[in-house]
Design a protein around this ligand. Structure first.
Ligand SMILES: C[S@@+](CC[C@H](N)C(=O)[O-])C[C@H]1O[C@@H](n2cnc3c(N)ncnc32)[C@H](O)[C@@H]1O
Length: 410
């Protein structure tokens, strides 16, 4: 699934000008400066080059590149740690910083003021880390075959993730090892699936599609009573198709699922086919489907953090200015049949991070002419919510995910 506008990159090898298609999942521009590196390149040297903005084309052993990447990562971590310690020392006598380990009970008021900044700092640090790590590159031919020593067969994983290259044009490509690792990881998930225990089935995510690895909200969808009449349901932003599958399994006769992301549609379609679910239809749409009947139930699990996504995958988590959430709420009523219900699945992490207030959310419900019929809550148990070394632990450990059942105002 490559962007329609192709980008190319040029570099020199032994005085020869080389040219290849540039692939970057996070839409990085083609590197302006590329040097050749191999097994003799030290981790310190590679780290220095990467931090200085120089991209490195790997010519050594495939597996050594993975080790080099790990070594660069350790150096980034050490540098981040040094910055944190410096900041902590500076603030020792002043307010406690959230960079030190904190528990939810500690200094909530002082800390909570720092959370939005910490959140943005953490995202910036993550972005910088992926830029630096993304500077170790490899070349693959038009069939995604690598000529590197001991290179595994990455062809199927790359084709599944990035689509076909132009074989007729013998179009080789340059991409980062990080993107390649992402494609290989996704191929693993796609092959073995994500088990959804309370449904007794597995969901098979595709590359670039929000994977329901933290799926505590599934129980909420199983527990919520269906409206008395529930023949037609919409699943807005279906991703892997998980919510549509739950509704179809609960007996809804017609489920129409939408997503903006073409990879999500392909993925959901495959998951529906595996489960032989003929009740579900798919549409590529910005929010609501066109030409759909009025629905008895509309479900949506939108990205839950109001911040700008920086890669296609982040569109499942980050929603700039809560545009999808607000658009969904605004449009929901006009797609509802009489006595219909809206089920909004939403984490309140944004509230704990002070990126959104509860009053704001309730105000958006009211602006959309919707009122709360009931709410079901659950507490995430995923690793990050238990990690007390995470600077955002105070917020993450307090997170609640809710199913808001909304109905038109009476
Ligand atoms: C948090 S994920 C939820 C996926 C799935 N419903 C689930 O619960 O596992 C949000 C999904 O919304 C999709 N999305 C984001 N903006 C959208 C929009 N404007 N219209 C339709 N889908 C959108 C994303 O591509 C992503 O698949």
């Amino acid at each position: 699934m490559l962007p329609t506008e192709k980008q190319y990159v040029q570099w020199h090898e032994n005085e020869t000008l080389c040219n290849a298609r540039w692939l970057s999942e996070s839409n990085q521009v083609p590197p302006a400066r590329i040097v050749l590196v191999d097994d003799k390149t030290t981790a310190d040297e590679a780290y220095r080059l990467a931090c200085a903005g120089t991209s490195m084309l790997w010519h050594g052993d495939f597996h050594n590149a993975r080790q080099l990447l790990q070594a660069i990562n350790r150096r980034i971590e050490r540098s981040e740690q040094r910055k944190i310690s410096k900041a902590a020392n500076k603030n020792k006598s002043a307010e406690p910083t959230a960079e030190s380990s904190v528990t939810p009970k500690m200094i909530p008021e002082v800390l909570s003021k720092q959370l939005p900044n910490l959140f943005h700092q953490q995202r910036q640090a993550q972005a910088q880390r992926s830029r630096v790590l993304g500077r170790l590159l490899l070349k693959l031919d038009a069939r995604y075959v690598s000529q590197l020593r001991r290179a595994p067969d990455v062809s199927a994983a790359c084709t599944a993730a990035f689509g076909q290259l132009d074989k007729a044009m013998d179009e080789s490509c340059l991409l980062s090892f990080r993107d390649l690792q992402g494609a290989l990881g996704a191929a693993g998930w796609r092959a073995k699936g994500v088990p959804i225990e309370n449904l007794g089935l597995s969901i098979f995510p595709h590359y670039g599609v929000f994977a329901p690895t933290r799926h505590e909200y599934v129980q909420l969808l199983l527990d919520a009573p269906l409206p008395d009449t529930c023949d037609v349901a919409l699943d807005i932003g279906t991703g892997t198709g998980l919510l549509a599958i739950i509704l179809a399994q609960r007996g809804v006769q017609q489920v129409i699922a939408t997503d903006l992301n073409p990879r999500a549609l392909a993925c959901a379609s495959e998951n529906f086919a595996r489960l032989e679910l003929s009740a579900v239809q798919l549409q590529q749409a910005d929010l609501f489907p066109t030409d759909a009947p009025l629905a008895n139930l509309i479900v949506c699990n939108p990205p839950w953090l109001p911040a700008k996504p920086t890669s296609p995958l982040e569109h499942g988590v980050y929603d700039a200015n809560s545009a999808m959430l607000r658009g969904f709420l605004q449009g929901a009523k006009q797609h509802l049949a009489e006595q219909g219900e809206v089920w909004l699945i939403l984490s309140d992490l944004a509230e704990h991070l002070q990126l959104r207030t509860r009053d704001e959310l309730l105000g958006w419900f009211a602006d959309a002419d919707l009122e709360v019929k009931y709410r079901l809550d659950t507490q995430p148990k995923h690793g990050r919510s238990q990690d007390n070394t995470d600077p955002l632990f105070a917020a993450r450990s307090a997170e609640i995910t809710s199913l808001w059942c909304l109905v038109p105002q009476s």
